[in-house]
Design a protein around this ligand. Structure first.
Ligand code: C2G
Length: 129
């Protein structure tokens, strides 16, 4: 089973690791779409701390990840799912319901987020030191 997930994965933290490890358990090949810097800017009006090359290198180095590609636009999801022949799409439950339209081509799973951690929380913690 080919599993796919998407994310920015900026300032990598244990919440990111947890979702990737749990996603991998849905199959035997995990593909990760990493949002480009430009796509992140469009979505959040700020660039990530780490560049897309750095974020891809970190994700690619994880034992649970088999393949990494750049996600250029939210609107290309169906294309990515088809192109990579994904059997299962896994996302955190902050996206609950958002990708149900793809149930016609793959299984869609929303997993509970790891509580109390996010890129913003990490950045704020560092600022306060
Ligand atoms: N996540 C999590 N627990 C946290 C923080 C994040 O499970 N404490 C999950 C999110 O639910 C998501 C993944 O980690 O599934 C990546 O999160 P982000 O880097 O915040 O990515 P996001 O901005 O949600 O981008 O096409 C969709 C986008 O690319 C997703």
């Amino acid at each position: 089973m080919r599993v796919i997930t998407f994310g920015t994965f900026d300032v990598f933290h244990v919440g990111h690791l947890n979702i990737l490890e749990r996603a991998r358990e849905f199959g035997d090949y995990l593909l990760v779409g990493v949002s480009t810097d430009a796509m992140t800017f469009d979505k959040k009006q700020r660039y990530p701390v780490y560049t897309q090359q750095e974020r891809c290198a970190i994700i690619q180095a994880l034992r649970c990840v088999d393949e990494v590609f750049l996600e250029e636009s939210m609107d290309l999801k169906r294309h990515y799912l088809e192109h990579h022949q994904a059997d299962v799409l896994v996302m955190g439950d902050d996206w609950k319901g958002k990708f149900d339209e793809f149930r016609d081509i793959c299984q869609v799973e929303y997993l509970p987020r790891t509580p109390s951690i996010s890129t913003t929380v990490v950045i704020e913690k560092i600022k306060l030191k």
